[in-house]
Write a protein that binds this ligand. Structure first.
Ligand code: NI
Length: 137
């Protein structure tokens, strides 16, 4: 079993705030990400899949096909979008890095399996100092 990782990037706007709270309460809990007039991040996404190298190619998975899956299912929906308002798979959820990573997993788990590999992890970096990793449970 070997792991292989594809990196993609996207830029998106979001806001972490509860409508029923005051701006001050939101700032206390969510910090700068609660800014009422939105703000953006340059996200970096690492998708790791695993499997056995196929005897004929030596590859676990065709990396450009994996890149196409990530671009179609994730990047095209998030890049230069407002995560709270524009992204179908984030509707009704707080746009935390944790929730985005879980949603990305759910978007690509099946298409990755259809490529013949198994999804191992989704790692998502929101800022230089913070990233989350999700392993499917
Ligand atoms: Ni933020």
């Amino acid at each position: 079993m070997i792991h292989i990782t594809r990196r993609e990037r996207f830029s998106a706007a979001h806001k972490l705030a509860k409508d029923e709270w005051s701006d001050e309460q939101n700032m206390e809990v969510f910090g700068k990400c609660s800014n009422p007039n939105w703000h953006g991040h340059n996200y970096i996404l690492w998708v790791t899949v695993k499997g056995e190298p196929q005897p004929s190619t030596g590859f676990v998975v065709d990396l450009s096909a994996l890149g196409d899956v990530i671009k179609e299912k994730v990047i095209a929906k998030l890049d230069h979008k407002n995560i709270n308002l524009d992204v179908d798979f984030m509707k009704g959820q707080m746009s935390s890095t944790e929730n985005i990573a879980i949603a990305i997993w759910n978007q690509i788990e099946k298409p990755v399996a259809e490529l013949g590999a198994q999804l191992h992890s989704v790692k998502l970096q929101e800022t230089e100092n913070n990233y989350v990793e999700y392993f499917g449970n």
